[in-house]
Design a protein around this ligand. Structure first.
Ligand code: E4P
Length: 215
């Protein structure tokens, strides 16, 4: 499974990149807004840190507007992937962009039917939102399992990004279900690295080391 980082914060992206664990980045309008910086400037900076797919989202709601924005965004860098919301207009845009060789990530996927349509339209990636489904009393991971099964049944090449990840077990379960990618907030990447037994183990090793006779 590949790991992307889900943030527009360049310091977090730099830290995760140093760890050698991420190979892509996803942003969205809310994450960009949190940074209080110019959108294009932030995206450009991200492309200088990570050499992999960088998702940047369009704001238009009509297909023509989405296509226009996408063509502009792809001029920033060859690694830009256009994030398109899962709507009928979004599907029209994905069809045109995929014919032009522009990679797309269809976002705000909350059902297998939506994922199937996005793939049929030519999406490079689909992003089912696990955490937001859990938030409203559904089992987000069931959705990942269903999409994996459907795509496997028909050899669909669209990659599944488990998105809206809230904790380490979401990543583990998405990996077990066969998601190609999980896009993970920095805080959760750090949580994934930690285990209390590791800390206790280090403490014990260092304590015992003090008793080793030194020449
Ligand atoms: C996906 O690409 C989105 O940016 C993200 O995962 C949404 O997560 P949230 O539900 O925590 O906002």
């Amino acid at each position: 499974m590949k790991l992307f980082i889900d943030t527009a914060n360049v310091n977090e992206i730099r830290e995760a990149e140093k760890l050698g664990i991420i190979c892509g980045v996803t942003t969205n309008p809310s994450l960009i807004a949190k940074e209080g910086r110019d959108f294009v400037e932030v995206v450009k900076e991200i492309t200088e840190i990570v050499d992999g797919p960088i998702s940047a989202e369009v704001i238009s709601l009509d297909a023509d507007g989405m296509i226009k924005e996408a063509r502009e965004l792809t001029k920033i860098h060859k690694n830009i992937v256009i994030k398109i919301p899962m709507t009928l207009e979004g599907l029209k845009a994905v069809k045109v962009l995929s014919k032009e060789g522009i990679k797309t990530n269809v976002t705000l996927i909350f059902s297998s039917a939506q994922a199937l349509l996005a793939a049929k339209a030519g999406a490079t990636y689909v992003s089912p939102f696990v955490g937001r489904l859990d938030d409203v009393g559904h089992n987000g991971m069931n959705l990942i399992e269903e999409i994996v099964r459907i795509f496997d049944n028909y050899g669909i090449e669209t990659e599944i990004i488990a998105a809206s990840i809230r904790h380490p077990m979401h990543v583990v379960e998405a990996a077990l279900a066969g998601a190609h990618i999980a896009t993970v907030p920095y805080k959760v990447l750090v949580q994934m690295a930690k285990h209390p037994m590791t800390d206790i183990g280090i403490e014990k090793f260092l304590k015992d080391w003090e008793t080793v006779p030194k020449k």
